[in-house]
Design a protein around this ligand. Structure first.
Ligand SMILES: [Zn+2]
Length: 424
């Protein structure tokens, strides 16, 4: 059993309430949260005691949309609009990637997630074998999201991945998904609806990221992407949509009625000038929210603190209202909301019996003082420098600047640079 003592605890089982206390973990689970009495200590032996030094223990962040292995394209093709960036720069480089590349590039992303207090990513990419290997070796949790595009012949591959990867490790799951409406044939979308029925599972995809995407979908089908997907039955079992920048009022009603998660990616949307998602409108309509970084080629970093600040700051600017999108919404979206959007029902908060996916926030740093509101400090003045420790499935993977993923970070950096040199 691991004991985290001398801490404040925000279990997020009751909003953002914070109390003095301890968190104990046993194996991969949370074993105790609260103020232990003498009786509680009597039969307990700790393999390790971690002094949080007055820091805050809270559920880790979950990154509900990313393309981790795109680390190799960080700062490779910046300052371009999405369609030009994607079709002229990104797709040709991705065509050169091998499984071994993806293995190392994924490890680079995992290092970065851990420094930002992230213990799980909802990852859409190809070569899943290499990616799964990198994750299991590192002890990092990943939900792979189907990324198929093009013709319905690709549906069999997705079906095969569902069978192959679900159950392969407690750290890995695979969920139904496809790349986007603008890279899918109509027949592929019809087939996705069949798979949703077969697995009785929600479907995830990029949705309404740019105005162009929505306009062209309406020209082609007479429907927005959301209306098109819904009309085909793709959302019969819920699911999640990435970006959700350009949603109509009717789209938002569909999201609410189908229980869909809107995964906002404000860093990527800002950098690619895609627009600002209607977070407040969705929240007020009862749409469930989650947060993702998107890939490191469009963002360019995998930093949940920056996403959280942008999520609220952009709403305030868009609506000319400083009260818009308070810190609590943001924290809930980045932890419990994102966990649920990824199907990680047992990683969402720090109740006893849940997965021990948690972080310690160092409050003994200038940007965290004074403690008027710790939750507001995290969202408005916090940064990854405040992440003292990141634990995934009960294992400490990052602590005070040191990684514990079984590979030397310098080897990972060297490999990433080797890969990019070999491609040019
Ligand atoms: Zn994306």
């Amino acid at each position: 059993m691991i004991r985290i003592k001398n801490a404040l605890v925000m279990p997020m089982t009751d909003g953002i309430a914070i109390e003095k206390g301890e968190v104990w973990t046993e194996g991969d689970k949370v074993a105790f949260v609260g103020q232990p009495d003498a009786k509680k200590f009597a039969d307990t032996r700790f393999e390790r005691e971690i002094d949080a030094d007055g820091g805050l223990v809270m559920p880790s962040f979950k990154n509900a949309h990313t393309h981790s292995a795109m680390t190799f394209l960080r700062s490779y093709a910046d300052d371009l609009p999405l369609q030009e960036w994607l079709f002229n720069k990104i797709f040709p480089m991705e065509a050169k990637l091998t499984g071994d590349h993806i293995y190392w590039l994924s490890k680079l992303a995992i290092l970065e997630y851990l420094t930002s207090g992230v213990t799980a990513s909802f990852d859409m990419y190809f070569e899943p074998d290499a990616y799964v290997k990198a994750n299991i070796e590192s002890g990092f949790r990943t939900v792979l999201c189907g990324s198929i595009a093009g013709e319905p012949s690709n549906l069999d591959r997705l079906d095969g991945y569902m069978q192959k990867f679900n159950g392969i490790s407690p750290l890995i799951s695979y969920r139904l998904g496809f790349h986007a409406e603008y890279t899918a044939s109509y027949e592929l979308l019809e087939g996705m609806a069949e798979l949703a029925k077969k697995y009785r599972q929600g479907v995830s995809t990029h949705n309404s990221e740019t105005a162009k995407e929505v306009r062209e979908c309406i020209e082609k089908y007479g429907k927005t992407p959301t209306e098109l997907f819904d009309s085909l039955g793709l959302f019969e079992f819920g699911g999640s949509s990435f970006h959700c920048v350009h949603l109509s009022d009717n789209d938002i009603s569909i999201f609410r009625d189908r229980g869909l998660y809107a995964v906002t990616c404000p860093g990527s949307n800002s950098k690619l000038a895609s627009g600002i998602a209607p977070i407040v409108k969705m929240h007020d309509a009862g749409v469930k929210l989650a947060v993702g970084t998107d890939g490191p080629s469009s963002n360019n970093c995998l930093d949940m603190f920056r996403e959280m600040f942008l999520m609220t700051a952009l709403q305030k600017l868009k609506l000319d209202d400083a009260a818009a999108c308070p810190a609590q919404w943001v924290l809930e979206a980045a932890t419990t909301g994102s966990a649920h959007a990824m199907g990680l029902e047992d990683c969402d908060n720090l109740a006893e019996g849940k997965q021990a996916d948690l972080i310690i926030i160092d409050l003994n740093q200038p940007n965290m003082q004074p403690l008027n509101s710790i939750a507001n400090n995290i969202v408005y003045s916090g940064s990854k420098q405040n992440v003292m420790l990141t634990m995934c499935a009960g294992k400490v993977l990052y602590e005070r600047g040191e990684f514990n993923i079984g590979t030397d970070p310098r080897e990972i950096y060297a490999k990433a640079n080797e890969i990019i040199t070999s491609m040019s």
